[in-house]
Design a binder for this molecule. Structure first.
Ligand code: TEU
Ligand code: CA
Length: 538
């Protein structure tokens, strides 16, 4: 039987920015509960909830100080239990974010570990002696600077692949691993729908050999985790795996290997950065390359032995229409185009909160307006390296994580219906026009395109299981593909660009399934309008 998550559409909620319920400017769990009917109307099957655990908030909750407590800014454990229960009434499962590559430096384990070299928790983390009075090696943190932090008390360095307040856990220690499995079972027993696993590809690291992702013990650990936690349960698990190739994706998700349900792969993320440099080193997107990567992940994995997720956005990535589409004149058309090509592909689609109403990036003018630790650390690092402020701010506006983290735009009322107070991060002023209320009132809105695409998936096995086949020779700016299952044959056609494109296919169709302009009447020698996308049944 097909597991539920192969037919599902998942919606990511970034809790800090979703809905404030108590007037402190910060989204919270009761706020999410109050929006469940909206999500049910959209039609999603599960929520991936970014972290709501107890946290000092250095990385907005990805620095956890207690995995079995809810951060008071988000509510209480009773609220969390309520969310799981209420969501179920709306046919929505709650998928928790599992952040176990690292903890906060305020986690009880780390507070103990740093006390002395013989502390029972010392080996939960990764400690090394200085070499010639310096860092053990030149491993870098993803948030700028060295991955090693010197700790005065014991005269050793600890490893942190992210902020210095996010020490890496030592997965070589079986005691630590079983603590993590116990914690996962605590959440499974509450009735959650599964886990999204933060940077899971890093847990097999070997820092002495400078191995970060895809270390030799990664898959043995995942098998062990599976066996002790979700084996035999109806849960979905998705690994965040930046370094996945199609072959690696199969290693994670081939059902016979008993590891994860599916992966998030990020191959398209590198397309608008200078090769071999950082994401901040900008270059423009070549649509031919985007098309190539999209097709690669449809054709180079065997969906009988692997499963992939489909997404444009998340809390780390800028808004797709601002980045690769058009967030002005063709905002609505380009948003619908991206939705259509993604949601009719093979895999499990994810929607990031606000994507379904076409929320856009919002540029800052100076570093005081930036909240995200990744951008702030990079700003200082690059200033020291001699970059100009203007250059750095330009990179932050293009790629910074705050772009996706601005509060949800619910209505055109003051503070967008997100909060009655000052929001923790400035709202995009375009909420006056772009908001949920307006989207729901307009039958032609982006929202209803998403709603329709979700419905098409739920009602048509060809979307879930059909083979994918590229239509060749359409030019770089047009993506056209078939989905085929038994007698069912669907065709998806999209103009990825802002220029008109010619398209010609010598075939007749029976029915238009979805389109973002007037419905096409033929496939023969037609001209696709900017960002035009449609799907037809043959
Ligand atoms: O992200 C992993 C990660 O590699 C990001 O830092 C990413 O490189 C960057 O944001 C790209 O834009 C996960 C979480 O999704 C992120 O929010 C956390 O900050 C990070 O792990 C640490 O937990
Ligand atoms: Ca609040």
């Amino acid at each position: 039987m097909t597991p539920w998550w192969k037919k599902a559409v998942v919606y990511q909620v970034y809790p800090k920015s979703f809905q404030d319920s108590n007037g402190d400017g910060i989204g919270d769990i009761p706020g999410i509960i109050s929006r469940l009917s909206y999500l049910e109307k959209l039609g999603i099957d599960a929520i991936w909830l970014s972290p709501v655990y107890l946290s000092p908030g250095v990385d907005n909750g990805y620095d956890i100080s207690d995995y079995e407590e809810i951060d008071p800014q988000y509510g209480t454990m009773a609220d969390m239990d309520q969310l799981i229960k209420e969501a179920e009434k709306h046919h929505i499962r709650i998928v928790m974010d599992l952040v176990v590559n690292h903890t906060s430096d305020q986690h009880a384990w780390f507070i103990e570990a740093r006390k002395s070299k013989d502390n029972p928790y010392r080996d939960f983390y990764i400690w090394r002696d200085p070499i010639d009075g310096h860092e053990p090696n030149d491993l870098k943190s993803s948030f700028s600077g060295s991955a090693w932090q010197y700790d005065e008390t014991t005269g050793q360095y600890y490893l942190h692949f992210f902020a210095q307040q996010q020490p890496d856990l030592n997965w070589k220690n079986p005691k630590l691993r079983h603590k993590v499995y116990d914690m996962m079972n605590y959440w499974i027993d509450k009735g959650i729908g599964g886990f999204r696993m933060d940077v899971i590809e890093l847990i097999g690291k070997d820092p002495d050999k400078k191995i970060r992702e895809n270390g030799p013990m990664l898959h043995p650990y995942l098998k062990e985790m599976n066996e002790h936690t979700f084996a035999g349960k109806d849960l979905m698990t998705v690994g965040e795996t930046w370094g996945a190739t199609p072959k690696i994706a199969e290693e994670y998700s081939d059902p016979s290997r008993h590891e994860l349900s599916m992966v998030f792969q990020f191959e398209n993320q590198g397309l608008d950065q200078v090769p071999g440099k950082e994401k901040w080193d900008l270059r423009s997107l070549d649509l031919a390359e985007l098309k190539k990567v999209l097709v690669k992940w449809q054709t180079e994995i065997d969906f009988n032995h692997a499963w992939n997720s489909l997404f444009w956005e998340n809390h780390d990535i800028p808004r797709v229409i601002s980045r690769w589409g058009n967030d002005q004149e063709y905002r609505v058309q380009s948003a619908k185009m991206f939705a259509t090509i993604l949601h009719l592909m093979h895999g499990t689609p994810y929607i990031y909160n606000g994507e379904e109403i076409g929320m856009t990036n919002y540029p800052v003018r100076s570093i005081d307006e930036v909240e995200d630790i990744e951008s702030i650390n990079m700003y200082h690092e690059r200033l020291d390296q001699g970059y100009s402020k203007e250059e750095i701010i330009k990179s932050i506006n293009a790629k910074g994580r705050d772009n996706a983290r601005r509060p949800m735009q619910w209505s055109n009322e003051e503070n967008a219906g997100f909060t009655s107070a000052k929001p923790w991060l400035k709202l995009n002023p375009n909420y006056k026009d772009i908001n949920v209320e307006a989207a729901l009132a307009d039958p032609d809105s982006i929202f209803y395109t998403y709603q329709k695409l979700i419905k098409l998936r739920h009602e048509n096995p060809v979307v879930v299981d059909g083979d994918f086949e590229l239509v060749e020779n359409t030019g770089d700016n047009v993506l056209a593909y078939w989905r085929k299952l038994g007698q069912d044959k669907w065709l998806v056609v999209a103009n990825l660009s802002s220029e008109k494109q010619d398209f010609n296919l010598d075939s007749d169709f029976k029915e238009v399934l979805i389109s973002n302009y007037d419905e096409p009447t033929s496939l023969r020698n037609i001209v696709l309008k900017p960002y035009e996308a449609f799907a037809v049944k043959m």
